[in-house]
Design a protein around this ligand. Sequence first.
Ligand SMILES: *[C@@H]1O[C@H](CO)[C@@H](O)[C@H](O)[C@H]1NC(C)=O
Ligand SMILES: *[C@@H]1O[C@H](CO)[C@@H](O)[C@H](O)[C@H]1NC(C)=O
Length: 420
Amino acid sequence: MELVMIKKMVASFLFLVVLLAELQAEGITSTHAARTNTLPLNQLLKRFNKPPVKSIKSPDGDIIDCVNIAHQPAFDHPLLRNHTVQIKPNFHPFSRGSKVSAETKAKESKPITQLWHLKGSCPKGTIPIRRTKKEDILRASAAQNYGKKKKSPTNPPQPRSAQPDLISQTGHQHAIVYVEGDKYYGAKATLNVWEPEIQQSNEFSLSQIWILGGTFGQDLNSIEAGWQVSPDLYGDNRTRLFTYWTSDAYEATGCYNLLCTGFIQINNEIAMGASIFPLSAYRGSQYDITLLVWKDPSEGNWWLQFGNKYVLGYWPGFLFSYLADSATMIEWGGEVVNSESDGQHTTTQMGSGHFPEEGFGKAGYFRNIQIVDGGNNLRDPKGLSIFTEQSNCYDVQNGKSRDWGTYFFYGGPGRNPSCP
Ligand SMILES: *[C@@H]1O[C@H](CO)[C@@H](O)[C@H](O)[C@H]1NC(C)=O
Ligand SMILES: *[C@@H]1O[C@H](CO)[C@@H](O)[C@H](O)[C@H]1NC(C)=O
């Protein structure tokens, strides 16, 4: 089943693949070299961190650099040397009937932003970039050995017929809804934001939208956006806004956030990889974010919007093969890594850490989920399916209502008496 392959390929060490590529580009073949030789490390840092116009120290310990929009990492790409930045998308998807934005009053969910806003803002003409620290790279390099053991770039892709046990092979678990079998030009969702507990630093918990095209294990194209807690990637347990893209099934291309050339950011208010604030509380206030990814029908670029007013930027169409046309599958939901480090199921939580049947105020949700059709209209997805490997550990339940359109609750605690 194709979906299963997707899950297999969403590797936990995507960032490492990028770093490996970067290291190879620098002529460094071993992790050891990266750790002991400070020069390449500095060069790496220079590649990630462009000279800022201004820097802001966030209360969470991050440094947010305000970088001239023309100096962002994307423009290191040879094909982007002469690129003219698109200041805004030519078209937004049309929302038929009742405005999707009008429904945000539904229930008591509240809009949210990012923690670093408490300490300042980036001037017009710049974009905020979370500074990569030396420790970030060293942490990833250490994990890189582990990642290479499980998956090397020369690994032949596994045939679909040979997947006896998804869980023990990859350790990734999901609770998602998805549509496939049509041409999709985007997707949208409003999801509440939590801070799930992570048992092991090499595990993560995320909630996101996947926009997919191509074949698993070979040339999969993927655009992803959502929130995640990933101690290995960020060095803490905070919930962060993230994006990811690949055009070859996570092998050589793509990266998280702005950690490689690719995504062109135009917005000066939202930083990729920066922590989100405030967060939803169990039996308390619910805070949610709205994400919209869509393909501009005239330029062919894939745009990302956060909330109703922040157009963050775009992935140029030429980065992709299949997505240069359209997506063939959209998924929404949660994913965790279950490394079973102590021989038992991980206690890493998904969503709020509570099962979907607990409902609003307690469980994680995605509401008003929509796809963008060939006419650039936002529509309810048709023929929605749900998928989870072990519903006793993490589950998903979908529904429909007037205010919430197509929605679902998802998540769970991981290890519990019925998930040993
Ligand atoms: C960019 O412009 C320069 C100067 O006009 C030209 O020599 C070069 O070929 C262009 N590069 C690309 C990738 O189009
Ligand atoms: C993250 O949380 C785990 C326990 O949930 C804790 O052991 C670990 O020290 C935390 N990591 C950081 C960087 O705070």
